[in-house]
Every structure is written in C-alpha cells, then in structure tokens.
Ligand binder design. Structure first.
Ligand SMILES: *[C@@H]1O[C@H](CO)[C@@H](O)[C@H](O)[C@H]1NC(C)=O
Ligand SMILES: *[C@@H]1O[C@H](CO)[C@@H](O)[C@H](O)[C@H]1NC(C)=O
Ligand SMILES: *[C@@H]1O[C@H](CO)[C@@H](O)[C@H](O)[C@H]1NC(C)=O
Length: 824
C-alpha cells in the first residue's frame, strides 16, 4: 500500500487529466479570445476541440511573417489550474476544411500580465501538432503548467494557413501557490560524477536566487530514493531534486518564500525530501515558518522538528502542521540535518484544498503530533484514486470505440460523396492527373504522393495542381451560392499555398486532357533542327529544369512555314529562343518537356509564339521557338515614354496611345485563341509578351525564369514561385487556375501597359500585404485595394480592368468580349 501511495502522490499528473471545458462547454465563449480571426465564423469561440460550429475552428488572419508567432488562441480558465495535457485538432468542417497546425508553442500566465513560454524538460518550446485536419493529437505537458491563462501559438512557416481546435486537460490548482522564491539549486560533486540539483523547469527569474516562479518543486513529480539516478525524462542525475549544501548557508538554513493567490486557511505543508544519508543527504532537522496575511508578517513563527531518520534511506513526504494559520504568503526556514538537503516537491493544503487529500500521509517516524488523524484520509484517497482510474479507463475505452465507429461511418460517407462528385464534374480533373504535364514537376508530385496517406486524400487522389473537389465546390462562390449563409459570411478559404504549383522555366500552358484528345488527331510535324546551326547569343533565363537561351539560327527559313516568312530576309540568321532541358533532368521532367513540345506544336495563332523546331535526337533536349527582335513588352515599354511634352523634352522614343491599345488587343486576341482551346496560361504579364516589328505582340511564357523578373514572383520556402501580383484571389487562395484567372492577369497586364511598365503592380505593398489583400478580395468587405487608374488610362479602359478583377469569376468578361471592347 505504501508503494502504491507513493506512486500516486508523486504522480499528480497521472491523476489530474480531466478536460477543462473547451469541448464540454464549461469554458465560456467570452473566456476564449484570439489575436485575430479570419472571419466571424472562425472566431476564437469556435476553437473548441471536437466542435463543428461556425466554420469549424478558430482561424487567424492569413499570417504575414513566418514564425512571427503573433497569432494565438487564448483561454482564460478563471482560476489557477494544473494542466498536464493538451489536445489539438485542425479544421475539418465536414470535409471542407483542411487547415491545421503542424507545430505550435504554448505560453501561459498566472496573473494575465507576465507570460511565460512553455518548454519541455529538454528545453524545447515547439510542440508537434496535427498531421491532418480531423485527428485529435494529445500531448503530455512535461513539465505540467500551473496557470490561469493559456495561449496556443501556431508556428507557421508560411506554407499553409492554420486553424485550431484545442482542449486543456488537468485539474484545479488547489494549492493556490503562485510562486516560490528560493536560493538557486546547486551542483553536488560526488566522487564518480557531478549531480545537478538545480531547478531546471523554474519559470521565474534565476539570478542568484529564484524569484517569482514555479518549477521542479511543484511539477507533480517526486524524486527517487536514490537521487543519483535520473528519472524517466532522459536527463541528468539529480534532475528531480532541488538541493543546497550547508557550506553555502552559514546561517544553517535555507529560506523559501511561498506566495499564494489569496489569503488561505492553511492546514498542512508537505515537503518531499530525499534521505539518502549515505551520501550526506537528509531531510531537514527543523523548519520555522512565518505567516503573512494582508501585509504584515505575524510576529510569532511556527516551528516544527521532525525526527531525524538515520535508518530508512527512502525519500519521503514530511508533513508540517500549519495549524490553521491564515496567510497569503508563507516564509519557511529549513535547517540542515546533514551536509545536503534535497527537495523534490512541496505542496500546501488549505481550506478548499480537495485533491491534495489524495496526497500521501506522512511516514511513520516523521509524523509530527498533529491533531488531525491522517489514517481516515488515506483510505478515502485510495478509494478515490481507484474510482478515478476506473472511470478514466472506461472513458478511454468508450472513446476508442466511438472513434472507430465514427471513422468507419465517415469513410463510407466520404466515399459515397466522392464517387458522386467524381462522376459528374470531376472526370476532367482526374484525367488531367493521368495526363500530367505542365506544372507537375517531379519534386512536388513525389512529395504529394508521400503525404497522401490520409483517408481524405486517398479518396480524392487529385494532384497538387488541383484542390480536393469537395473543398472547391463548397468554397467557390459560384458553387456555393445556394448554400452560402444569408448574411454572406464567407467560408474560410484555405490557402495551402504550397499546393499551388508555380510556373517553372520549362513549362508552358496547362491544358485539360479533353483538349489534348481533340488535338491529338491532327498530325503536327515538328522537325529536328541541326544543333550545330544554333549560335548562342545570350542567356534569357533559367528555371528549375533548364535554361532559355537567345540564339541565332542559320537556315531556319526551311523550317518555317510560309505563313511565317513575312519579313525575314533569305539567308540571314533568325533570332530564336531555345529552351533547353538540363541533361541531368529526371524522367518526369523529360516527359513533361516532350509533352510540352506536343502541345506547343499545335498552337497556331499570330499572337502566340510558335514552336519552330526541336532537337530531341540527342541531349540536351531543346525547343526552338520564335523570338522577336524588340524583346519583351515589359522592357520595351520601360524604354519608351507616352507621347507628349515630357517625351519631347527628354527626346525619348514614344509609343502612341493607339499603339498601346493595338498591343493590348493583340494580347487579348492571343488569349482568346488559347481560351478557345481551354488552355490556361497561368502567367500572363507583360514580361511574357514579346514585341516584334510594328508593335506586333506574341505571347510567350519564359518570363519567370529570368533573374530580371525574380521580384515579380513570390517564393514559398524555395519550393514554388508564384506571380502573386498578377494572380486572381482564387488562384492564390484555392489554387484554382482557369481562363477567368487568366482574365484577371490580363487586367493587371493592361494596367502595366498603360503605366508603361514603370511600376510593379501594388509596388507599395509587400508580398505579404499582397496576399493579405487577396484575402480582402475574397472577403469582399470593401477593404480590398484595387490597382489605381493609370494617368493615361481613360475611364473606359479602367472599367475593363475593374471588370477583370471581379470577385465572381462568372462576372468577369471573356477574352472575346475584352478583345471586342479593345478594338472599339
Ligand atoms: C541546471 O544544470 C544543468 C546541468 O549543468 C544545466 O544544463 C542547466 O542549464 C541548469 N539549469 C539552470 C536553470 O540553471
Ligand atoms: C480555519 O479552518 C478551521 C477548520 O475548518 C476553522 O476551525 C478555523 O476557524 C478557520 N480559521 C479562520 C481564521 O477562519
Ligand atoms: C556541514 O555538514 C557537515 C555534516 O554534518 C558538517 O561536518 C559541516 O561542519 C557542516 N558545515 C558547515 C559550514 O556547517
């Protein structure tokens, strides 16, 4: 029985594991707050574990700086609690949500003003969180926290948005102890090895002494009989104890001051001491305690001398009767009985203290002659512990059964739903997967395969280019119109940006497989070009899998169709762009490259760059496309000025307004052609348009691979690059690229043209602010910032731009309409 008791005494954290009321509702909504919220429907009060109210979780604003840790979900427990366990969960929202915190930190406070970062026993702050949006992940807090306020702080690395649902487990901290101040623990030099008996988990200040904190003496873990053995936490010998040597205390005692949350009526204090006398460690010889209630220290202290035990070397609780003193602070002087004194726990029992009655009674021989008889409490506590354990076990079993059943049902439902959806709308997306090309470079596809081991993804095996259908359908306003809440509160948009495939240097257009089939009937011949006839002139850019060179090609005329031979003189080298796949590129990249050749060879439009020839008989694989002598539109316009006084003065070359419109109309025309084939460009911008003679324009796609324009792309952890300033909100937030998002980019391109490319879109905003602004476009609460009307731009043109940036993709004009409008 004694053994059992000691186990339990020292394992407060094993007993004290009750949910504190996030899921049960005992914690009130007003006690849950947060640094920010994405929308009303993802406010802090929805951050309750296992709740599906609102949009299913607490979600902060889209985070701006990685690791900034400015976002938190805060819970006020209204009184001090001993917290031993935390649970977290992501936002699942019946299958719509997929945001969760992969990592988080915890901060806590006892008074609401001093916040302490939780660290585990090894000093690590970051806690591994969730791996999917639905599973609950429980983490033991070692050491446990004693606090009233707790903050969950998701650690974000910018790669995805986080939402959280949480629960705290523990029990009320009936000791009422807010802090203890003591001399710092010391180092004991045993002949064999040093033993560190400092207070490693102390959460206050430690300079010469420890102030304003709690630590090892209140962590609910008692030290072993042999203090030189380290405890279970894989730390150093002596870890569980805080100890002092009589050499450092000429007065012969160690003074520890205890502060409490309020004035209490104290019955006992229990001090867990080591008594390994063979190593000159003994429990204290005498303790003298002073009491302070209100502001004054009581004049007469209480003194108590336990019997010094030189027979039993086991560690023990020494109980000190505090004789119903009223106090809000207690100061005790513990006198050395030997060279060393080692404590591992100190607990207090006062008027309301309930669970401390489960603590062990003092051992024989050390019991002071106290008026209250402890035997009665022992039985009582035993029964309670037993009942507590049984109840806990039953609860766990029931929970496991429920979870198993629930997951089976849920899986069935998902399967059914997915089958239905796949049947009607998603066949196209799926077949794209099998036909993968364009933006699926190898790296990302392998990682996504590795990660797709959850039920959810198994059912929706769509590639990284595409969001899971259920999410798309429920989120996109055009799909969700019927189900949207009457107050127009938007659903939280997930922005798993990593899933957006960035364009890379060796990729062109995304194209649905349907179109591929349509095209594949025609036999398009692209001829092999003798590599030696290419003369390198300049590197235009570089991508993940290759480079783009500007070259001169001899005898290219033979390879060009008659329709191309407008004004290229015979026997003169032709400027071409040569896209080259690195010879060390992997198989997937090669396949993509060959597919891209197939697609490019079928694109025939006066405003789209033509594929002229290829070199695929030997490595490196090359694609030879047209190049236009005036370079790209961005550089071209930056060199020019609008017609007018200023240009006259500076003698700069000019472009007339009608030529600007002519160029814009050609871009619209080229895009009209692409959209008629259901091609999605994904990176329309002036840097991707080439300028020839007489302001002819051809749309290309190698802009991003050039250093010159690296500032136009947003890099996510080096994994993907995205032209966010040209991207529609749904492309950024949902990873959805369509002709309508190309239309959005066209609006930005038009804006660039009318600004003569003198300014980057949203140049006054940082990348992070641009992403925030995207959120505003989504929320549509009139806080989004539109690109301003350029000086040169007539109202009619600005109206076209604004129509390209409409929130609802269906309300945006088609390229046909834009083209027509620009011709007028
Ligand atoms: C306690 O001692 C260990 C071992 O020397 C040391 O690593 C740790 O930082 C010390 N902790 C404090 C709070 O001084
Ligand atoms: C403290 O509690 C004891 C036992 O409940 C009681 O007899 C005593 O009157 C209390 N003291 C004060 C000052 O309230
Ligand atoms: C410390 O304790 C040891 C053993 O009881 C004793 O021999 C020694 O004199 C003490 N030192 C001081 C400074 O009190």
């Amino acid at each position: 029985i004694r053994f059992l008791l000691i186990q339990h005494v020292c394992c407060v954290s094993g007993v004290c594991r009750y949910p504190l009321g996030m899921s049960g509702g005992q914690i009130q909504d007003e006690d849950i707050s947060a640094s920010s919220q994405w929308s009303e429907s993802t406010a802090a009060r929805y951050g309750r574990l296992d709740f599906e109210e609102g949009d299913g979780a607490w979600c902060p604003e889209i985070t701006v700086e990685p690791d900034s840790l400015k976002e938190f979900l805060q819970i006020d427990l209204r009184s001090l609690h001993f917290i031993t366990l935390v649970g977290t969960q992501g936002r699942h929202a019946g299958g719509i949500g997929n945001e969760f915190a992969q990592m988080y930190k915890i901060k806590y406070s006892r008074d609401g003003s001093r916040w302490i970062s939780w660290r585990n026993r090894q000093g690590k702050q970051v806690i591994e969180g969730n791996r999917n949006a639905y599973d609950i992940v429980l983490k033991d807090l070692e050491p446990p926290i004693i606090a009233r306020f707790v903050r969950f702080m998701p650690v974000t690395d910018h790669s995805m948005n986080v939402c959280m649902r949480v629960e705290l487990y523990g029990c009320e901290w009936l000791d009422g102890l807010v802090s203890y101040n003591a001399p710092a623990g010391e180092q004991m030099n045993l002949p064999s090895h040093p033993v560190y008996v400092n207070d490693t988990v102390y959460d206050g200040a430690v300079i010469h002494s420890m102030t304003e904190g709690l630590g090892q003496l209140t962590d609910g873990v008692c030290g072993l009989d042999d203090f030189t053995q380290s405890h279970v936490y894989n730390v150093w010998p002596g870890y569980d104890y805080v100890g002092w040597s009589n050499e450092s205390f000429p007065s012969g005692f160690v003074e520890i001051m205890f502060e409490f949350d309020r004035t209490r009526n104290f019955t006992t204090m229990k001090v867990h001491c080591n008594n390994m006398f063979s190593q000159h460690v003994k429990a204290f010889r005498q303790v003298v305690c002073y009491f302070r209630s209100e502001s004054d220290w009581e004049a007469s202290p209480l003194s108590f001398s336990p019997v010094v035990d030189e027979k039993n070397p086991s560690a023990r609780f020494v109980t000190v009767n505090l004789a119903n003193h009223m106090a809000s602070a207690i100061k005790c002087q513990f006198y050395f009985a030997d060279a060393w004194m080692l404590f591992s726990e100190i607990t207090f029992q006062s008027d309301t203290a309930m669970y401390n009655t489960t603590l062990a009674p003092p051992k024989t021989g050390l019991t002071p002659n106290t008026p209250d008889d402890p035997t009665h409490k022992v039985d009582d506590s035993n029964t309670r512990i037993l009942i507590g354990c049984l109840v806990a076990i039953i609860f766990i079993l029931v929970a496991i059964i429920v979870i198993i059943l629930w997951r089976q049902v849920w899986q069935k439902m998902l399967e059914k739903a997915s089958r239905r959806m796949l049947d009607d709308e998603l066949t196209a997306s799926l077949s794209i997967q099998s036909e993968t090309f364009a933006y699926n470079h190898n790296q990302s596809s392998t990682t996504s395969e590795q990660e797709s081991n959850s039920t959810y993804e198994r059912i929706f095996p769509l590639g990284p280019d595409y969001q899971e259908p259920s999410r798309l359908i429920c989120k996109l306003p055009e799909f969700a119109q019927s189900s949207e809440e009457p107050d127009g509160v938007p659903h939280y948009a997930e922005a798993d940006i990593v899933n957006l495939q960035g364009v890379t240097g060796s990729n062109t257009y995304a194209i649905p497989a349907v179109t591929m089939d349509l095209l594949s009937g025609k036999d398009v011949v692209v001829e092999e070009f003798p590599r030696k006839l290419l003369t390198f002139k300049e590197k235009l850019g570089e991508g993940q899998f290759g480079e783009v060179h500007l070259c001169e090609a001899e005898g290219m005329q033979e390879f060009m169709n008659k329709e191309f031979l407008f004004d290229i003189p015979e026997d003169q080298p032709v400027l071409v762009a040569v896209k080259m796949l690195r010879s060390d590129a992997n198989k997937n990249a090669r396949n993509d490259f060959l597919k891209e050749i197939k697609i490019m060879s079928r694109l025939k439009d006066p405003n789209i760059i033509r594929l002229l020839a290829v070199c695929i008989y030997s490595d490196p694989l090359c694609m030879i496309t047209e190049y236009m002598e005036n370079g790209d539109l961005n550089q071209f316009l930056s060199r020019h000025e609008p017609e007018g006084q200023l240009a006259l003065l500076s003698n700069a070359p000019t472009v007339s307004f009608s030529n600007l419109c002519h160029m814009a109309a050609q871009i619209a025309s080229g895009m009209k052609y692409l959209s008629s084939l259901n091609f999605v460009h994904r990176d329309l911008a002036t840097r991707n348009c080439l300028v020839g003679k007489n302001y002819t324009i051809k749309i290309a796609d190698f802009g991003m691979s050039r250093n010159l324009y690296s500032g136009d792309y947003y890099r996510i952890q080096g994994r993907a690059v995205l032209p966010i300033r040209w991207m529609s909100w749904e492309s950024i937030l949902l990873g959805k690229f369509t002709t309508a998002s190309d239309v959005w980019a066209f609006g930005v391109t038009l804006w660039e043209i009318l600004n003569f490319c003198k300014e980057q879109p949203y140049s006054q905003l940082t990348d992070e602010q641009v992403i925030e602004n995207t959120g505003e476009f989504f929320r549509d609460q009139k806080r989004q910032i539109y690109l301003p009307q350029p000086v040169l731009c007539p109202d009619s043109l600005y109206k076209i731009m604004l129509s390209c940036w409409r929130r609802n993709t269906k309300e945006r004009p088609s390229f046909q309409e834009i083209h027509r409008a620009l011709l007028d």
